[in-house]
Design a protein around this ligand. Structure first.
Ligand code: GLN
Length: 304
């Protein structure tokens, strides 16, 4: 087995010293306040070993990483019926792009761009009386950790400034692909994005995706087929118009968020989570992408 701790220490030291760290997302005013010098990495494997470096135990806004959790919940709940309302093709466009949705008559390209995640949120609203409580329960169960919460200030900050998401949801509604009121669906969507977790909690919560659907506490959260399909969607769609670049540089399925987090995994092996709030121009963590490229190169760990 590679000397993981040593590899993480080397990558951390090298990247922390870099002057260029990308830019913090400022289109959500609350996120603009985050300290750009934060940087952490957490690695756990399916045998229970774990390694960490830097700010791996500090909570941050998981933002779009939450789309994997809502997708898993909706897929487990609805099965293949879900794919009638959202497709599984890469979009090649930014996460909040509008034009494709108009062209493709209200069927989002995939569940990991905003339009797709908003449809998934609508499915959860239709399935549960209290979807926010259910999502929290689901994520806490995946992570085996009850200390996971929404941040209402971040959610409110996005409700006040999320004009593109309102445009997307209204377009979906006009095409008949939202069952619930736009305001209710977006209130849920902005709350899921506001979930705060540490690198450690995220790595633990993604355990079933690396372990054929079986959680850390050994119960089956997803079927092996569902885990496989979600990993395929992460690989092809997890980084928006940088999904090809992430596969090329890193070679693992994964998901990013504009809070600066990235979770990536090697099925049947490990989960690695990075957090550095500075983003590149595509909205993915700048240092996180570099760290993961260095990690898979040093360990030769990749699905390819
Ligand atoms: N809440 C953000 C948005 O909807 C999530 C985007 C992201 O993390 N890529 O704009």
């Amino acid at each position: 087995m590679p000397d993981y701790q040593n590899i993480l220490n080397t990558i951390y030291k090298e990247l922390l010293a870099r002057e260029d760290k990308g830019e913090v997302a400022d289109y959500i005013p609350e996120l603009a306040k985050v300290d750009k010098t934060k940087f952490g990495v957490y690695l756990n494997n399916i045998h229970g070993e774990n390694y960490c470096v830097g700010d791996a135990k500090t909570k941050f806004s998981i933002q779009s990483i939450s789309k994997v959790f809502t997708l898993a919940m909706a897929f487990a709940n609805q099965g293949n019926k879900l794919w009638k309302r959202v497709d599984v093709e890469p979009s090649g466009n930014p996460f909040n792009y509008l034009a494709l949705l108009e062209q493709e008559e209200g069927i989002p390209r995939n569940p990991l761009i905003n339009s797709g995640a908003i449809v998934v949120a609508d499915c959860l609203l239709s399935s549960y009386d209290d979807p926010k409580a259910e999502l929290l329960k689901f994520v806490r169960q995946l992570a085996n950790d009850d200390d996971i919460h929404y941040n209402d200030t971040v959610a409110t900050s996005e409700i006040e400034t999320g004009f593109r998401n309102f445009a997307i949801a209204n377009l979906l509604k006009s095409f008949g692909n939202l069952e619930n009121p736009v305001e209710d669906v977006l209130d849920f969507y902005f709350h899921q994005c506001s979930l705060e977790m540490t690198c450690e909690q995220l790595s633990n919560a993604f355990f079933p995706f690396a372990n054929k659907g079986v959680c850390m506490q050994e119960n089956e959260c997803l079927t092996a087929t569902q885990a496989k399909r979600i990993n395929a969607i992460m690989l092809t769609c997890g980084f928006y118009d940088e999904a090809g670049e992430f596969a090329f540089e890193v070679g693992l399925p994964g998901k990013s968020g504009v809070g600066g987090g990235i979770v990536a995994l090697l099925p049947d092996n490990f989960i690695i989570t990075t957090w550095s709030p500075g983003l590149n121009e595509k909205g993915n963590s700048y240092l996180g992408m570099l760290a993961l490229e260095k990690f898979t190169t040093a360990t030769k760990a990749s699905i390819f």
